[in-house]
Design a protein around this ligand. Structure first.
Ligand SMILES: Nc1c(/N=C/[C@@H](O)[C@H](O)[C@H](O)COP(=O)(O)O)[nH]c(=O)[nH]c1=O
Length: 364
C-alpha cells in the first residue's frame, strides 16, 4: 500500500464510523498531510453541518498551505447548505488533492475536480475507489434512482425455516447475529415489516443491542389496516411509525390511529400496495436506505418486484422441519426456475455460531 492509499484508507476508516448518521448525505472522511505529517482530520458528522474537508482544514489551520488533502469523495463544487469544499481547498492554498470516489450525482460529477485543476492544484482520483464506493452504496443508489437502497434481511435455520410450524420464532439465531442485525437498523433510515409480522411477533423495531444508536423510522405495509392498536409499534413512541395502506380503507378506520402523534397512516392511491410505489414515496421522504425485516410475504413482494439491493441472510445451525413452518420468501414466488432472482455472493462469515451471507442481485 503506497502513501496515497495509506492516507485514503485512514479517511475511509474514519468515514466508516459515521455510516447511518449523515443521511441523506454520504459518509465522508478527509486527512490533511504536510511534509508526510498528518496535520488535519475530519469527517462529515451530520447533514447540514460542515463537510469532512472543512473540518480537516479547520484542524490544519495555516499548515494546510502547500499541503495535500486526502478525501473519500470528490469535493463538492456547489453551494448546498454549506459553501463549496473545492473553493475552501483553493482558498487554503493547497498543493494536491487525492480522491477515492467520484461524485455519483451526474449534475455535479467532475465539477469539483475541474475547479481544483483550473486553480493549478494537482488532482489524483480513484485511489481505493471500490472500498470507498461500497461505503456509500446506499447514497449512490439513492442519488441514481431516487429510491432507498433496500437490504432484505432474513434469519433462518439450516433447513430454511424462519419459525416453527406453530409460529414460534424467537429466537432462531443467536445474540451475536441479532446484534449484527441491529447494526443495519442503526445504519438504515427506515425498517419495514408486513402487518402479519406485527401480528405474529409484535416487534419493537428499535436499535437496541450493542450501545443502541439511531432508531429507524418503522414502516408497516398494511393493505387493510389490520395493525393492532395494542401493538408495540403503535404504543411505543421511541421512533416514528408509518403505516402504508391502500386507498380502500375508510376515514373511520384511519381515525383510530390518529390519537398517536408518532403514528402516520399513508394511504397510497392504488387499491393494493405496490412495492415500486412504496419506494418512490419513501425516496420523496428522503429515506435513502431501507431494512426489510420480512416476513415471507413482504420478502416475496420485494423479490418479485426486483427491488432488493442486497440480501443479508443469517443461517442458524439448526433443523426445524415441518412442512407448514414459515420460510424466508413465501407469497406467490416464481413458477419457473428461469425466473429465479440470481445473486452474487458478496460475503460469508461466522457471526457467533451462525453463518452470515450477504448477496447482491446480479446486474446491479
Ligand atoms: N426471529 C429472528 C428474527 N426475527 C426478525 C423479525 O421477524 C422480528 O419480528 C423482529 O426482529 C423483532 O424485532 P424486535 O422486537 O425489535 O426485536 N431476526 C433475527 O435476526 N433472528 C431471529 O431469530
Amino acid at each position: 500500500m503506497d502513501r496515497d492509499e495509506q492516507y485514503i484508507k485512514l479517511a475511509i476508516d474514519m468515514a466508516k464510523t459515521t455510516v447511518g448518521q449523515t443521511s441523506p448525505n454520504p459518509s465522508v472522511g478527509a486527512v490533511v498531510v504536510k511534509d508526510n505529517e498528518v496535520v488535519g482530520l475530519g469527517v462529515h458528522v451530520k447533514a447540514g453541518e460542515a463537510h469532512a474537508e472543512i473540518n480537516a482544514l479547520k484542524m490544519a489551520g495555516d499548515k494546510a498551505k502547500n499541503a495535500t488533502i486526502y478525501v473519500t469523495l470528490e469535493p463538492c463544487s456547489h453551494y448546498g447548505k454549506t459553501p463549496p469544499c473545492a473553493q475552501a481547498i483553493i482558498d487554503a492554498g493547497m498543493k494536491r488533492v487525492v480522491i477515492a470516489s467520484d461524485d455519483p450525482n451526474p449534475k455535479v460529477a467532475g465539477r469539483g475536480i475541474k475547479m481544483l485543476e483550473n486553480a493549478g492544484i494537482e488532482v489524483a482520483t480513484g485511489v481505493l475507489r471500490e472500498q470507498a464506493d461500497s461505503l456509500n452504496a446506499n447514497f449512490f443508489h439513492f442519488i441514481e434512482t431516487g429510491e432507498p437502497y433496500v437490504y432484505l434481511k432474513t434469519a433462518m435455520t439450516l433447513d430454511g425455516k424462519i419459525a416453527t410450524s406453530s409460529g414460534e420464532s424467537q429466537w432462531i439465531t443467536g445474540e451475536n447475529a441479532r446484534n449484527d442485525g441491529h447494526q443495519y437498523r442503526r445504519r438504515c433510515d427506515a425498517i419495514l415489516v408486513g402487518v402479519q409480522t406485527v401480528i405474529n411477533d409484535d416487534p419493537k423495531l428499535t436499535t437496541r443491542m450493542e450501545g443502541n444508536g439511531k432508531n429507524p423510522v418503522r414502516i408497516i405495509l398494511d393493505n387493510h389496516l389490520r395493525t393492532p392498536l395494542s401493538s408495540q409499534l403503535i404504543q411505543n413512541d421511541e421512533a416514528p411509525t408509518w403505516i402504508i395502506t391502500s386507498s380502500r380503507v375508510s376515514p373511520h378506520q384511519l381515525k383510530a390511529y390518529r390519537s398517536k402523534d408518532h403514528v402516520e397512516v399513508i394511504s397510497l392511491k392504488s387499491p393494493a400496495i405496490k412495492i415500486p410505489e412504496v419506494l418512490r414515496y419513501l425516496g420523496e421522504k428522503n429515506i435513502t436506505s431501507l431494512l426489510v425485516e420480512g416476513g415471507g410475504t413482504i420478502a416475496d413482494a420485494f423479490v418479485r418486484a426486483g427491488k432488493v439491493s442486497e440480501l443479508v441472510a443469517y443461517i442458524a445451525p439448526k433443523l426445524l422441519g415441518g412442512k407448514d413452518a414459515l420460510t424466508p420468501v413465501e407469497g406467490k414466488g416464481f413458477e419457473q426456475l428461469k425466473q429465479a432472482l440470481h445473486l452474487r455472493i458478496h460475503s460469508t462469515e461466522m457471526v457467533g455460531e451462525d453463518i452470515k451471507v450477504t448477496a447482491i442481485p446480479k446486474g446491479r
